[in-house]
Design a protein around this ligand. Structure first.
Ligand code: ADP
Ligand code: MG
Length: 286
């Protein structure tokens, strides 16, 4: 599946209209993990809502496998099932009495048979690490991290091709963050894609295969983490911090050390620096 945002601009109506997106061109497809990063107010959430038809294009068009959303060539209800959107702080939107009912809501609205609904609910709860003992419990008595996982399961139960997540790790402790990211890595296959919003580059870098930087409603950078980090100064100018260790690695590389620029953790860096020195420094031109 491929979703293409084509010359998308979006302005929120109101006494003072707010221009949120300007001429966005972006392709997203199954098989990839795309990280979307940008300052608060840069338009990330507005962009995400175009991917599943929650917001209709005001200007420009969204093409889903080449079919136009604007011209009604694809049904928005169908698109919402195929592109699962997990909102920021989704736990605030839980509403059912039991976890089982909560996760059933999505597949039920798809008009699936009882049997299929049950199968999907069980599977998606299992996927997020919640067994039978949770089925009849109230979602409201869970911990923050558990609530977030129920919210995620409720989207997974629709079996989307592309999962779109708005700051899925916001407000979680390191363990909760790791659980979510590890799960996403496992979930993704070449038939499934992920678009994830984060304002934390350090967290995003080892996870995303492609990073898109939004700045004031426009795409400022689009590339692999290595390519994007190469523009550390521009990132800094738009208020995004590059992981410090990547700055060290970049600077060693510019100084001629034979070191891989795609390093985002201190552990990897330590090994790479050790190896570079062992090779007689691997220095060129110095
Ligand atoms: P981000 O997710 O990157 O923080 P948003 O897409 O939420 O950015 O917001 C982009 C711009 O649109 C901001 O200036 C924000 O204040 C404005 N905005 C977002 N949602 C609304 C809304 N429902 N009504 C009016 N303005 C909005
Ligand atoms: Mg947002």
């Amino acid at each position: 599946m491929q979703i293409e945002l084509k010359n998308i601009s979006y302005t929120y109506d109101g006494p003072i209209p707010v221009a949120a997106l300007h001429n966005i061109n972006l392709k997203v497809q199954t098989g990839e993990i795309l990280g979307l990063i940008g300052h608060t107010g840069s338009g990330k959430s507005t962009l995400l809502q175009h991917l599943n038809g929650l917001l209709k294009p005001q200007e420009g068009d969204v093409l889903v496998d080449g079919k136009s959303v604007k011209n009604g060539e694809i049904l928005l209800t169908k698109l919402r099932f195929r592109v699962g959107l997990v909102f920021q702080y989704p736990e605030y939107q839980l509403f059912e009495e039991t976890i089982f009912k909560e996760v059933s809501f999505g597949p039920k609205s798809m008009g699936l048979k009882e049997e299929e609904i049950e199968k999907r609910v069980k599977q998606s709860l299992l996927d997020v690490g919640m067994g039978e003992e949770f089925y009849e419990r109230s979602p409201f008595e869970l911990s923050g991290g558990q609530k977030r996982r129920v919210a995620l399961a409720s989207i997974l139960a629709m079996e989307p091709d592309i999962l779109v997540l708005d700051e899925p790790t916001a407000g979680l402790d390191p363990r909760g963050r790791k659980e979510i990211l590890d799960f996403l890595l496992k979930w993704r296959t070449d038939k499934r894609g992920i678009v994830l919003v984060s304002h934390n580059m350090e967290e995003m870098a080892p996870f995303a295969e492609r990073i898109v930087v939004l700045h004031q409603g426009s795409i400022a950078l689009d590339g692999t983490p290595e390519e994007v980090f190469y523009h550390a100064k521009e990132l800094f100018d738009v208020g995004i911090k590059v992981p410090q260790i990547s700055l060290v690695v970049n600077s060693l590389k510019t100084k001629g050390y034979n070191i891989d620029a795609g390093i985002f953790t201190v552990k990897e860096a330590a090994k790479a620096i050790y190896d570079a020195l062992k090779d007689g420094g691997g220095r060129h031109g110095l």
